[in-house]
Design a protein around this ligand. Structure first.
Ligand code: ZN
Length: 141
């Protein structure tokens, strides 16, 4: 099993890389990044986004990571720095540990990406349907 994996691993990686390098490989996280267990309020924010978008996705299927520090970072295919992103391949949400101000809008924004399973920002969802919800209050209710 171990031997098979050693052979299959690099081959599979090569196939994926040649098929579509940018899309199929999870983004590499900076040193010091770590997974965390989302607080209960994250699930409430997630549900708010499910309601406004009219779409549903598994909250539990997403893994959450923080990047230490407070410096916005660059990810592939973006010509600007970000404080968070949703990784389509790994289905994980990565956030800067120290966000500029309120956390909820950033978490809800990334949740909307994860729920829609797309990395772009269609106005229908990010503005019309969920714009106010994304920027709404931190505490639910
Ligand atoms: Zn976004």
């Amino acid at each position: 099993m171990t031997r098979l994996r050693m052979i299959a691993g690099p081959l599979l990686g090569l196939m994926l890389a040649s098929a579509c390098e940018d899309v199929l490989v999870p983004l590499e996280l900076p040193a010091g990044s770590r997974e965390f267990v989302p607080e209960p309020v994250f699930k409430v924010w997630w549900q708010q986004i499910e309601i406004c978008s009219g779409r549903q996705a598994s909250f539990d299927a997403v893994s959450w990571y923080v990047i230490p520090g407070e410096t916005p970072f660059r990810i592939p295919n973006h010509d600007y720095d970000v404080v968070g992103f949703w990784d389509q391949v790994a289905n994980r949400i990565v956030l800067l540990e120290i966000l500029p101000d309120r956390r909820a809008p950033y978490v809800r924004h990334e949740a909307l990406h994860a729920i829609l399973r797309r990395t772009d920002h269609p106005d229908e969802f990010f503005v019309t349907r969920c714009g106010e919800v994304i920027n709404g209050p931190e505490s639910p209710g």
